[in-house]
Design a protein around this ligand. Structure first.
Ligand code: COA
Length: 334
């Protein structure tokens, strides 16, 4: 058998984003739950989030972000070999969102699949893209994280309704003569699956409807305090291992771009890692809420737009969430 020869490394070439137009304030959220703007800001850092309208689909938002990233990188859609969409909110069990994205962006030659690792999904997908390019299986890969969290959140759930938002971020990953995406450190703890889970399942809904029973709608449920504790105690060691694996010192980081779960989690991790004043900490959650697999590329896009980071600098990414799943890696800013 022959094998293709891959590139010595890969790097993110560009970033694209899609933020739905509708901005939702804490006051609007509090019309459905007993809470306040002050409580939500203090406990989460969230000031506003965006909610997608009916025609802003998971695939459509991913495609818009991906097309933007392709245009920015100057890569033709026909040159894309693989489209990976990290998502947990595409409403179809099949076909996958990625095939629709592949078609919408005109990546006629590309393979496509969805990847479900919840809020760690983008970091998982980035690692898959890096591996595909280094193995020679692909030259250019589009990686998108896209979510309509609002389809899976009960607006009357006092523990969740204020946290989540919708949107998509995408990157184009291509070959490089040195590593621009560091080794991934990833893991999962399925014994804690109940901490963030969907209730009821689609199957339970189907069976209830078939039997003429009423059923609550499908929604995510979360043990918020337990998730919080897990994230602030377990994720800093994972982030440190990603730095070690890449051979990058914490002092060399220009940016820390963790999953935007809760600003208190972000700040606690930054403190545990001992980040210095020269490391920019992503705070996209303030205006975007928690967008699961979309949150890291959206936060990266925001830092680039603000001019807070420069091409070639190091950033540390870490995603964590339902599963439980987690993944971290160092990247070079595109
Ligand atoms: N508004 C006002 N008060 C609220 C409230 C709300 N929406 N939700 C809970 N409270 C109250 C509780 O009743 C409780 O009051 P008490 O002390 O008088 O009993 C108090 O606030 C603390 O409740 P608790 O559930 O412990 O809140 P918390 O400080 O853990 O904050 C979260 C809740 C959801 C913000 C927090 O747990 C969190 O962010 N968890 C992680 C979530 C996450 O990141 N999930 C995604 C992972 S990818």
């Amino acid at each position: 058998m022959k094998l293709p020869s891959g590139a010595p490394g890969s790097r993110i070439l560009s970033v694209g984003e899609y933020r739905p137009a509708r901005v939702v304030t804490n006051e609007e959220i509090c019309q459905r739950i007993d809470s306040s703007d002050a409580w939500i800001r203090e406990r989460t850092g969230i000031i506003t989030r965006r909610f997608a309208s009916d025609d802003e689909t998971v695939a459509g938002m991913a495609a818009a972000a991906s097309s933007k990233a392709l245009a920015d990188a100057g890569i033709e859609p026909d040159d894309v070999d693989l489209v990976v969409v990290a998502t947990i909110t595409h409403p179809y069990q099949t076909p996958a969102a990625s095939s629709e994205v592949q078609h919408l962006i005109g990546a006629s030659r590309a393979g496509a699949f969805d990847l479900g690792a919840a809020c760690a999904g983008f970091c998982y997908a980035l690692s898959v893209a890096d591996a595909a390019i280094r193995s020679g299986t692909a030259r250019y890969v589009v990686v998108a994280g896209s979510e309509r969290m609002t389809d899976f959140i009960d607006p009357t759930d006092r523990g969740m309704a204020f946290l989540f938002g919708d949107g998509a971020g995408a990157v184009v990953v291509g070959p490089a003569d040195r590593p621009g995406i560091g080794p991934v450190v990833w893991g999962s703890d399925g014994s804690q699956a109940a901490m963030i889970t969907q209730e009821p399942t689609y199957l339970e809904v189907q069976r209830a409807l078939a039997e003429g029973k009423t059923t609550p709608p499908v929604a995510l449920r979360m043990a918020g305090q337990s998730v919080f504790r897990w994230a602030v105690t377990q994720m800093a060691p994972v982030a440190r291992r990603a730095l070690e694996a890449a051979g990058v010192d914490v002092g060399e980081l220009a940016a820390f771009i963790p999953h935007q779960a809760n600003l208190r989690i972000v700040e606690s991790l930054a403190k545990s890692l001992g980040l210095g004043p020269n490391t920019v900490i992503a705070r996209d959650i303030e205006t975007q809420g928690n967008t699961s697999s979309a949150s890291i590329p959206l936060a990266l896009a925001a830092l680039l737009e603000e001019g807070a980071v420069e091409s070639g600098q190091y950033a540390l990414l870490i995603g964590f969430g339902a599963g439980l799943t987690y993944a971290a890696q160092v990247i070079e800013i595109p």
